[in-house]
Write a protein that binds this ligand. Structure first.
Ligand SMILES: Nc1ncnc2c1ncn2[C@@H]1O[C@H](COP(=O)(O)OP(=O)(O)OP(=O)(O)O)[C@@H](O)[C@H]1O
Ligand SMILES: [Mg+2]
Length: 237
C-alpha cells in the first residue's frame, strides 16, 4: 500500500498551557473519505487545527505527502494542498458571495468559479447577495466552495452539516460525493450526524480525550452498535 497522504504521529497539542491531544496517531489515505468522530470536546476540531497549524503542537509529528509539516506556517500548509472549512464558518458578512469566493486569490479564477457554481447552483443564484444575507446552509456551501477554489488535495471539513435541514444535508453530501467521484480532494470530515457520515465515508476514526480509541472501515462500524454506543453515546434502537 502507498504511504498515507496525511499522518499524525503521537501528536500532543493544545492551546498555551492547555493540552487537548494526548499522543494522537492517525492517517488519511490519498483519495479516501475519512470520518473523524467522537463526543463533544474530545479534540476533533483541535486535530484539524493542529493539521492546519492553528493549534500548538508540543510533541509528535504531522506529515503531509511524507513531508514533515509540523512546523510549517498555516499559509505554507495551504499552499502544499491542505484546505480547511472551520466549524465557525469564516465568510465575510459584508462581501458578496462572489467577492467572498475570490477574496485572497491572486487572479480571477473564472473556470474555477464556474466549477464552484456548478457544484452549488444556489451560490450562483445568490452570487450578488452579501454573506450576511445567506441562510446557514448557503453560508456553509460558500465556505466549502471557497476552500475548493484553493484546489486542495486534502480537504478538512469541520461539521459541515451542523444545523442544516435534512434536505440541505443531502444536497451538501451529494456535492461532496460528486467531488469525490470526479477525482476531487481526499476528505477528512468531522460530523455529529454519525449515520450520514458513516454512509458517506470509507474509514472511521473515533477519538476520546484527545486520542484515537477505535478505527475501522465505516461499513463495519455501521454494524457495531456497541462501539457507537460506547464512544458516541448513540442509543441503540
Ligand atoms: N482556543 C482554545 N483555548 C483553550 N482551550 C480550548 C481552545 N479551543 C478548544 N479548547 C478546549 O479543547 C477541548 C477540545 O476542543 P475541540 O474544539 O477540539 O473539541 P471537539 O471534539 O471539536 O468538540 P465539539 O464536538 O464540541 O466541536 C475542549 O475542552 C475545549 O474547551
Ligand atoms: Mg469541534
Amino acid at each position: 500500500m502507498s504511504a498515507p497522504m496525511l499522518q499524525l504521529q503521537d501528536v500532543v497539542a493544545g492551546y498555551g498551557p492547555v493540552t487537548v491531544l494526548n499522543g494522537l496517531s492517525m492517517e488519511v489515505q490519498a483519495g479516501s473519505l475519512t470520518a473523524l468522530l467522537g463526543r463533544n470536546g474530545v479534540g476533533k476540531s483541535t486535530t484539524m487545527k493542529a493539521v492546519m497549524g492553528l493549534a500548538q503542537v508540543k510533541s509528535g509529528r504531522i506529515l503531509f505527502d511524507g513531508r514533515d509539516i509540523t512546523h510549517c506556517r498555516p499559509d505554507e500548509r495551504a499552499a502544499l494542498g491542505l484546505g480547511y472549512v472551520p466549524q465557525t464558518r469564516d465568510i465575510f458578512p459584508s462581501l458578496s458571495v462572489e467577492e467572498n469566493l475570490v477574496a485572497g486569490l491572486k487572479r480571477f479564477p473564472s473556470a474555477d468559479l464556474e466549477q464552484a457554481y456548478a457544484l452549488f447552483p444556489r451560490l450562483r443564484e445568490r452570487r450578488r447577495n452579501r454573506g450576511n444575507q445567506l441562510s446557514g446552509g448557503e453560508q456553509q456551501m460558500l465556505s466549502v466552495a471557497r476552500a475548493l477554489l484553493g484546489r486542495p488535495r486534502l480537504l478538512l471539513l469541520d461539521e459541515p452539516l451542523e444545523g442544516l435541514a435534512p434536505v440541505i444535508c443531502q444536497e451538501l453530501l451529494e456535492a461532496f460525493r460528486q467531488l469525490a467521484n470526479e477525482g476531487g480532494p481526499a476528505m477528512l470530515i468531522v460530523e455529529q450526524q454519525v449515520q450520514e457520515v458513516l454512509a458517506f465515508a470509507q474509514r472511521g476514526v473515533i477519538l476520546e480525550r484527545g486520542s484515537v480509541v477505535h478505527q475501522s472501515d465505516c461499513a463495519m462500524l455501521r454494524t457495531r452498535d456497541d462501539i457507537l454506543d460506547r464512544y458516541l453515546g448513540m442509543a441503540i434502537e
